[in-house]
Design a protein around this ligand. Sequence first.
Ligand code: HEC
Ligand code: HEC
Length: 91
Amino acid sequence: MQEQQKKTLLYNIIFIVVGGALLLFLLRAPEENTARIPYDDNHQRFYSMGKKEAEKFCESCHNQTAEAPLPADHPPKYRCLFCHKKVESNG
Ligand code: HEC
Ligand code: HEC
């Protein structure tokens, strides 16, 4: 093999390996570890509601002065149910 052909082959291999790694990285499903909404007396009624409707009620208990305050490092809380899923539905 000529020197130039070797280089071209090497570049092609690098291209494929890097491209494959990137693709794998992008395809990997994001981790789903955000706490789910418990299915208990406090939350059961939300399971039969639409997301937007249910979200009106969350902050009556989950505010800084109520019984179940959000953690101090909680992310922006617009639309609770986008992040906190109901327990039985997987997405
Ligand atoms: C009637 C009061 C009340 C309302 C309304 C309420 N919660 Fe809660 N929630 C609680 C209490 C108390 C806890 C902590 C004890 C527990 O796990 O049930 C809690 C816990 C949680 C947790 C943490 C579960 C865990 O694994 O630590 C999540 C997530 C949550 N609520 C989401 C929501 C969302 C989303 C809504 C609105 C749809 C909502 N809650 C409405 C009282 C409430
Ligand atoms: C952008 C995504 C996102 C949104 C929107 C969001 N949360 Fe969270 N929430 C998180 C993350 C991440 C955590 C911390 C990790 C965990 O414990 O799940 C958390 C933690 C919590 C906890 C404590 C859970 C525990 O185990 O101690 C409660 C309660 C909670 N959120 C309620 C709410 C409520 C109520 C709303 C709407 C007002 C809301 N969240 C909106 C992502 C979100």
